[in-house]
Design a protein around this ligand. Structure first.
Ligand SMILES: [Zn+2]
Length: 518
């Protein structure tokens, strides 16, 4: 009997000491938005290790670090489903991912637009060994796979080539990709038929992945915006795979106003059980290149050397320039293209119109000159506010940056959505905006235990000041860090403390489907 009593007492002691065990971090008195879309509640959040362990009105447990969040918003760290951060994350000098941490982002996805590393496992491994500032996940890119198997050819794949592409997608998925991305607007993705894409998407689906797409046409180039949305829905239906439309938009005057029809198509598909979602950035300019915006895809067959030859081929030039002129018109003319990043620095900060005037050239001749000198990234002003707002109000639209060199969205997307569309213009509510940047992408991307403030979930948490959160980046100065994030926890570690970046790289690669093993 005394022995049994002893054991009971010992057990009680253990339980008591576990309860008294100190929290690592306690965030007190904040206005908590848990990411589900529910209104804010005054709550305390307790963290031990990399997890949220208590969420209550008053937490009385002691903590190593207590953060007073009075007057501040406490929310799940933001999740960006479409970035171009692969190089940044893979380079130890930039792997802290400052541009994203300062926006309150704790997880980024990359490998979008059909373009990714081929070796998914090796990339995730390198991130883990070198350390990364945010969590990060990867898509396997269909364009990358096609180029590996078929080069920049526009041919229909043979059965053997099809099998080789399927094997690459399957391997990428098994190594931890969260799905397959396509860039059907870009070469070589644009050379793929819908059926070819469906066959590959079926492989990603069998491995539990999702399908993310920069659609074939967001404008009136080929099959049109609505045709592209229909194609995407068909891929989702026939491959039995959730589909995410990247950076949804109505690009150019020919399709302005079509957001309403796009939304109708998507809602109808969702109504019959197709899992369709979209991401969106809160800017009216897209980010692309002179080549991708203006050059027709037939002129890119064979790659850049072949394009440069065609540019100077008198037999080809008339057709090429005529089509480039049409593409320029559909995008809004030469004043709507702003050079943001180029090997030839002389172009940066100027519109195509300015470059044409300065060089006494027509806009298309100026574009050809830019291409001969290594090309340029552009901000392409081609969207209307009403389409942007229309898409943003849908409960299946999440926030993405699509951050690229020279466009302010890489440094400003999440604060921009809050400052402009929530606080200033009241297009959407704060809980709705937070959900679109947290639990909605986490569910869509199937990221386990992230995207909500909830007991047992990973402690990816942003604490921001609603009065000061704002982007600072502009088209003239695209690399200014955002302001207003007071604290940021990544896997329970403080990546931002009192508004300043710490030196921790607490992010983890997030492979699909299973815990990471070496
Ligand atoms: Zn894209």
């Amino acid at each position: 009997m005394p022995l049994r009593l002893c054991r009971i007492l010992l057990l009680l002691c253990c339980v008591a000491s576990l309860h008294a065990q100190k929290l690592d971090v306690l965030i007190r008195n904040g206005s908590v938005l848990d990411g589900s879309g529910r209104p804010a509640r005054r709550m305390d959040v307790g963290i031990r290790g990399d997890r949220i362990v208590v969420l209550a009105r008053h937490v009385r447990q002691p903590a190593v670090r207590v953060i007073d969040a009075r007057g501040l918003v406490v929310a799940p760290g933001f999740i960006d489903p479409h970035t171009h951060t692969f190089e940044d994350l893979s380079n130890p000098a930039t792997s802290r991912n400052d541009a994203y941490l300062m926006q309150g982002v704790t997880t980024v996805v990359t490998g979008n637009d059909g373009s990714s590393p081929l070796e998914i496992g090796a990339a995730l491994q390198r991130w883990r060994q070198q350390g990364i500032g945010t969590n990060a996940a990867l898509f396997i890119g269909q364009g990358t796979v096609r180029e590996k198997v078929m080069g920049m050819s526009d041919a229909i794949p043979t059965a053997a080539q099809m099998d080789a592409m399927k094997a690459f997608v399957d391997r990428g998925m098994k190594e931890g990709a969260i799905g397959m991305s396509t860039g059907l607007y870009y070469a070589p993705g644009s050379y793929s038929s819908t059926e070819e894409v469906i066959s590959l998407a079926r492989v990603a689906s069998a491995d539990g992945g999702i399908y993310d797409t920069h659609m074939r046409d967001e404008s009136s180039y080929t099959i049109g915006l609505l045709g592209s949305v229909r194609e995407t829905i068909r891929i989702g239906e026939e491959a039995h795979i959730p589909v995410m439309i990247s950076h949804i938009k109505a690009l150019g005057k020919d399709v302005w106003g079509q957001s309403t029809q796009v939304i109708d198509l998507i809602n109808a598909a969702r109504g019959r059980g197709v899992n369709v979602t979209a991401s969106q950035y809160p800017y009216n300019a897209s980010g692309t290149s002179v080549e991708a915006a203006l050059v027709p895809r037939w002129a890119e067959v064979g790659g850049s050397a072949a394009l440069l030859e065609r540019i100077d081929d008198p037999a080809v030039q008339p057709r090429l320039t005529a089509e480039m002129q049409k593409n320029l018109d559909r995008r809004g003319g030469p004043a709507s293209l702003l050079m943001t990043s180029a090997p030839d620095k002389e172009f940066i900060g100027k519109t195509l119109e300015q470059i044409a005037v300065q060089n006494h050239l027509s806009p298309i001749q100026a574009a050809l000159m830019i291409l001969r000198r290594g090309g340029s990234d552009v901000a392409s002003f081609n969207m209307t506010e009403s389409d942007i707002r229309n898409f943003m109000r849908q409960d299946w639209v999440m926030t993405c940056s699509d951050g690229s060199p020279g466009h302010p969205r890489k440094y400003g997307t999440f604060p921009m959505k809050l400052r402009k569309y929530v606080f200033q213009e009241k297009v959407i509510s704060l809980p709705f905006a937070i959900r679109s940047s947290t639990s909605l992408p986490a569910q869509t991307l199937r990221l386990e235990d992230r995207g909500l403030l909830k007991d047992g979930y990973f402690a990816d948490i942003v604490v921001f000041d609603p009065r000061t959160i704002a982007p600072q980046s502009t088209y003239a100065q695209p690399k200014l860090l955002a302001t207003g994030v007071s604290y940021l926890l990544v896997n329970g570690k403080l990546a931002i403390d009192k508004g300043r970046l710490t030196d921790l790289r607490a992010g983890q690669p997030l492979p699909h489907g299973r815990p990471f093993t070496d």
